[in-house]
Structure formats: structure tokens, C-alpha cells
Design a protein around this ligand. Structure first.
Ligand code: GLY
Length: 340
């Protein structure tokens, strides 16, 4: 006998200014109630909801992504009488879509959710692909599920309300797509650039929904980046945003790939050119050592018992490389600080 669950259905991602106004077209038949999850710092979105709804504001920033908040939301969804055919609506950035997607995935063993993504980082990455989850004290996104939204609204008019730092954080994530098949990403045609990133992500997710292979490449720059981000949270260095960490992580990964003979001098220089086109701060504090980052690198989810990075290579797209030595990490960090 075989059990053959149906695969997840496809869903639309709308990109453009004002697309959130089309939300009610996507609510779907039979929805009686909508449980909206958002944050105070998210711009107010005029969402035409023609069915009974309630809004829940969760704490700002990553502090919303805890199992305590999950427990509270589940209790409130139940008290509100949200049923199997009803809907969770996430309005916000990656924190909100990760959290709302997770509660939607476990409430009544799974209800539909839609996302109005309000940040650049969310629109090009977090809101798409069905990775949901919350943090544990031991690390980010350690509890979660794969649960796809039923539609995503990347309303680019919402990006105007982002602080410069938040916007730049999105650019740090966007830049990785330049190494994953996108070309000509530019702020001058931002909507088109966002759409290009969404298309690339959709392609990766279609091929490898559960990150058994190619989807891991979307973590380009994230291994060293996550370690720096975690050092910031631990107070060992100044706090940095996720996208800032990814840009710095791409810089490190380029030096590691170069050290391992996977890319040429010109390709290393090309990494710097791309990072500078987006005017990203790629400085890495001199005081950060490999010993500082190793505990985080060792806990990385890609890591199966040996040091693992997504690394560029001359002939083709980046690939996952396992079995990297600590000595190579030391050499990469040294060459990074010496690079002129
Ligand atoms: N953010 C990487 C992924 O969704 O796979």
C-alpha cells in the first residue's frame, strides 16, 4: 500500500504598487472569518475585508517569533471561532509571515493564510516558499513547518514607509539573486527587480520545495551571515539586520570560494562590484574571529556533521560544499581583511 498525499496547490504572487487592494478577490468562497496578524510598526494597509475579522498586533521585531506568542495566537484564534474553512491574513514583513504561516499550519491541523508583504526582504524572499516558523532561545527558525500561503501580495507602495536601514536590509537579500541567475537588478526599476527575484525563488521552490537540494542555494551568504547576526544578538558586536548580515556573508563566501579554488580573481572582484552597486556595508569587524563564529556555523541547518557552505563556482551556479576545514575559514577571513 502507498499513501500519496496531494501536492500543495500553486498560488499567485502579485507584485506592484497597490496590489493589496485586490485582496478581497482572493479571499475565496466559504470564508466566514479572517484572523489578521500584524505589527504596530507595519504601515496601515487599507484591506477591503467583507467578512468578520479581528486584528491581532504582535510585538515588534523578532521578539514576536516565540512559542509563547504562538500559544497566545492559537488560543485567540479558537476564541474568535476561526474554523477550518477560514483564513489567517499576515500583514507585515518576514517576522509576521513566518509567525502567521506557522500558526496557520498547526491550527486545526492547518488553515489557509495569505500574506500582504510590507518589506523588501519579505517581498523577495520570506513571504514566498512556505517556510514558516519561530525561534528558540538556542537559535533562529528552529521550530517551523512548510506551509504555503494561498496568495501573496507584494505591494510595493508599502516600501515607501520603510526606514533606509530596513530597505537596505532588503537589498542585502536581493543581491544574492545576482549570483543565482538574476541579472540587471536595479533600484531604477524596483518593481521589475522584485518580480525577477520572486520568479527565481518560485523556480527554486518548484524544483525543491523541502530543501532537499537546490533550494539550499537560496541560503547563499547566510552561513557566515547568520553567525554575524547571532553575534549581534548576543551583544558581542553591534546588532546588524538580516540583510546586512547576508551581504557581509556573501563577501566572506566569495573569499572562501576563492581560497578553495572554486572562483577566479576576476570572479572574486565581481562579487565586490555587485555588492558595491547596491551600496551595501560589507565591513566585518576585525575583532570577529573564526572561533567566535564557529558555534553558529556548527548549528547551521545545512550542516550535517561537517562545515558546510553554499559557495560560488566558475562553471555554473553556486553549490553546497561540505567538509570545509576550519583552517580554510581562517584563511578566507584573513584574505578578506587583506583584500584591497
Ligand atoms: N529563505 C530561503 C528559503 O526560503 O529557502
Amino acid at each position: 500500500m502507498r499513501v500519496e498525499p496531494q501536492s500543495t496547490s500553486a498560488y499567485d504572487v502579485l507584485v506592484g504598487s497597490g496590489v493589496a487592494s485586490r485582496l478581497s478577490d482572493y479571499v475565496g468562497e466559504g470564508v466566514r472569518k479572517i484572523f489578521v496578524i500584524t505589527q504596530d510598526n507595519v504601515p496601515r494597509v487599507e484591506v477591503p475585508l467583507e467578512v468578520e475579522n479581528t486584528q491581532r498586533f504582535v510585538p515588534d521585531g523578532e521578539s514576536a517569533k516565540t512559542l509563547d506568542v504562538v500559544g497566545e495566537l492559537l488560543g485567540e484564534m479558537s476564541s474568535f471561532g476561526l474554523g477550518r474553512g477560514d483564513l489567517v491574513l499576515a500583514i507585515g514583513g518576514g517576522v509576521v509571515s513566518d509567525l502567521a504561516g506557522f500558526v496557520a499550519s498547526i491550527y486545526l491541523r492547518g488553515v489557509r493564510y495569505m500574506t500582504v508583504s510590507s518589506t523588501l526582504l519579505g517581498q523577495i524572499d520570506a513571504a514566498i516558499g512556505g517556510k514558516t516558523g519561530v525561534n528558540l532561545p538556542t537559535g533562529k527558525n528552529l521550530v517551523g513547518s512548510f506551509w504555503h500561503p494561498s496568495s501573496v501580495f507584494c505591494d510595493t507602495s508599502l516600501l515607501n514607509s520603510l526606514s533606509e536601514r530596513e530597505f537596505k536590509s532588503g537589498l542585502g537579500e536581493m543581491v544574492k539573486y545576482e549570483f543565482l541567475g538574476a541579472s540587471g537588478l536595479t533600484l531604477d526599476a524596483l518593481d521589475e527587480s522584485i518580480a525577477k527575484c520572486v520568479a527565481i525563488k518560485a523556480d527554486f521552490v518548484k524544483e525543491d520545495e523541502r530543501e532537499g537540494g537546490r533550494r539550499a542555494l537560496l541560503n547563499y551568504g547566510h552561513t557566515f551571515g547568520h553567525a554575524l547576526e547571532s553575534l549581534g544578538i548576543a551583544g558581542a558586536i553591534d546588532r546588524i539586520t538580516h540583510g546586512e548580515a547576508v551581504a557581509k556573508g556573501i563577501r566572506f563566501a566569495a573569499h572562501l570560494a576563492h581560497r578553495l579554488g572554486r572562483i577566479t580573481d576576476r570572479e572574486l572582484d565581481h562579487h565586490y562590484q555587485v555588492l558595491s552597486e547596491f551600496s551595501l556595508d560589507i565591513s566585518i569587524p576585525e575583532k570577529v574571529t573564526i572561533e567566535d563564529v564557529m558555534p553558529y556555523i556548527a548549528r547551521d541547518k545545512k550542516n550535517r556533521g561537517s562545515i558546510t557552505f553554499v559557495l560560488a563556482q566558475s562553471d555554473g551556479e553556486p553549490s553546497v560544499m561540505r567538509g570545509i576545514s576550519e583552517g580554510d575559514l581562517h584563511c578566507a577571513l584573513k584574505s578578506l581583511h587583506q583584500y584591497l
